[in-house]
Design a protein. Structure first.
Length: 279
């Protein structure tokens, strides 16, 4: 009898692809719950052991025991003599979410994705408000289209990605700021007034309504020159399509108040980051 075949005797746990629901061809064993682990990241992680033929599904998200898990890229071998007998993987408890660009979330064309959100710390900008903003580590699998400066939606909240890195577990981490519940907003941009020298009056059309993602100042700022406009209390920063962006001489109505753009910065792919200041 060969050890690799004897070890398969206890591979009784079925594995399903979390995205398609397909049953995978090989079963596995999952490590037992470790009672001393009561808090922190370790409470979300388990390891699976499987025959060397086991391969995670393409996007490395699985359902085991009716719960979703994401699996790291590293296949840690167990050997006997010179032969690989089994492989072990790190996996982490996950929730359904979505990832995409500003335009993706405007158009509802974001990509569904399984991620795992872990609280990192709270930060507070005492110059503007007393409330703290939460920062999270959001774990995801290799190959998912998570980019710095773009967005992840999970736990009913939108998050803006500040940094992306690969962990020793083989999972990837996005360091992200949690945005407010009402982060999806709408702006009314007043039409540009045209002066008629005959009637000596200004004329213009009706204001147009556009979609925006409302951010805090420090979520999306970038000083390119010392002379650039600095933050002032009451400023509002929004992400907006380039085609919807007002000019610096237009006024904008947001939540019943009048604003004027003081800074417009391109974020690429037809998106601008705009700072609005109360008129």
């Amino acid at each position: 009898m060969q050890l690799q075949y004897a070890a398969k005797r206890f591979d009784t746990t079925p594995v399903f692809d979390a995205y398609t629901g397909d049953l995978q061809p090989h079963r596995c064993q999952v490590t037992l719950w470790d009672n001393p682990r009561r808090d922190g990241l370790t409470t979300l992680r388990r390891t699976i052991s499987a025959a060397k033929e086991f391969e995670p599904p393409p996007r490395r998200a699985v359902v085991i025991g009716k719960e979703a898990w994401i699996i790291g890229t590293y296949a840690h071998p167990d050997t006997f003599d010179a032969d690989i007998v089994r492989r072990g993987y790190v996996m982490q408890f996950a929730q359904p979410g979505a990832v995409g660009t500003t335009k993706d979330f405007f158009d509802d064309t974001y990509e569904p994705v399984y991620v795992s959100r872990v609280w990192a710390k709270d930060v507070k900008d005492t110059s503007t408000e007393s409330e703290a903003q939460s920062q999270y580590y959001i774990y995801f699998t290799e190959g998912e289209n998570v980019q710095e400066g773009e967005f992840i939606f999970v736990h009913d909240r939108l998050h803006i990605v500040r940094n992306v890195k690969k962990e020793a577990s083989g999972l990837w981490t996005a360091e992200a700021n949690e945005l407010e519940y009402n982060t999806f907003g709408k702006l009314e941009i007043d039409s540009q007034q045209v002066f008629d020298p005959v009637t000596e009056t200004y004329t213009g059309g009706a204001p147009r309504e556009v979609k925006a993602i409302v951010l805090k100042w420090n979520d999306d700022y970038q000083y390119e020159l010392p002379s650039h406009t600095k933050f002032e209390v009451g400023d509002v920063r929004v992400r907006i399509l380039d085609t919807d962006t007002p000019t610096l001489d237009q006024t904008v109505t947001f939540e019943g108040q009048k604003f004027r753009p003081v800074s417009i910065t391109s974020r690429g792919a037809g998106i601008n980051s705009v700072v609005l200041r109360r008129v």
